[in-house]
Design a protein around this ligand. Structure first.
Ligand code: ATP
Length: 223
């Protein structure tokens, strides 16, 4: 279980996240929603250990974010908003490159399977020839090489077509259901959030998203 306790983040004197407490179980997909600037990326970065909170505690099962940072990092797959893949290399070369940096070893067959599972069938093609949606799939595939138990995805489907979004959604659902992964997912696409997420966290003062999602019978946690 991911357990967030009284988490606060301030930049200088401005409070972005104020006293957030929530739990997320293994196998759950939780949406993270709010207007621009509400603090979604900030929260994801804190959960990814790339930013420190001002105060509060975070636990992943029996690991503590302050005490066990190195072990926690092995459990995290983080896909930031910006696509970070090597354009000149092929899909295969990208996967092999990132596998070498990973603490977990994977064969080429296993790496190819990750791509095929999310319908990215361009193994020998250079990334520069892929569409934006395919590059996003590759970004996601790279984050899964080390079998993380917690997946943090910052707008992973922005700007991609409906078919690819559905494929990514189906893939994430399988990861949650079959492999018990915890997935936290930000998106501005409310249809996608309603369809894919088991629960939703809304942050920010505006109750627009909270009301919208509650009307659709979604379980919402609001901060
Ligand atoms: N390193 C930083 N230093 C100072 N302020 C920051 C820093 N990072 C983010 N902020 C501020 O924190 C607030 C929240 O930003 P954040 O990127 O987390 O919002 P967001 O909800 O992800 O927005 P969007 O939907 O536009 O991606 C913004 O006002 C932003 O300017």
């Amino acid at each position: 279980m991911l357990k967030v306790e009284e988490l606060t983040k301030r930049f200088h004197k401005k409070t972005i996240l104020s006293d957030l407490s929530f739990n997320i179980d293994h196998g759950e997909i939780v949406g993270l929603v709010g207007e621009n600037g509400a603090g979604k990326s900030t929260l994801l970065q804190i959960l990814a250990t790339t930013m420190k909170p001002t105060s509060g505690d975070i636990l992943l099962d029996d690991l503590n974010y302050q005490r066990d940072k190195a072990k926690i990092r092995k459990e995290i797959g983080f896909v930031p908003q910006d696509i970070a893949v090597w354009e000149q290399l092929t899909v295969e070369e990208n996967m092999v490159f990132f596998e070498k940096l990973s603490w977990k070893k994977k064969s080429n067959v296993q790496l190819k399977e990750i791509c095929q599972d999310m319908k990215l069938d361009r193994w020998k093609d250079p990334v520069k020839k892929l569409s934006g949606g395919m590059k996003r799939k590759l970004n996601l595939a790279i984050s899964l090489i080390h079998d993380p138990s917690l997946l943090l995805l910052d707008e992973p489907t922005v700007g991609i077509d409906l078919k690819s979004r559905k494929e990514i959604g189906a893939y994430l659902r399988k990861q949650a259901t079959d492999y018990n992964k915890t997935i936290i997912y930000t998106s501005h696409d409310m249809d996608e959030i309603k369809e894919l997420c088991d629960r939703v966290i809304t942050i920010g003062e505006d109750s627009f998203y909270k009301n919208l999602l509650q009307e659709a019978d979604k379980e919402v946690i609001s901060f």
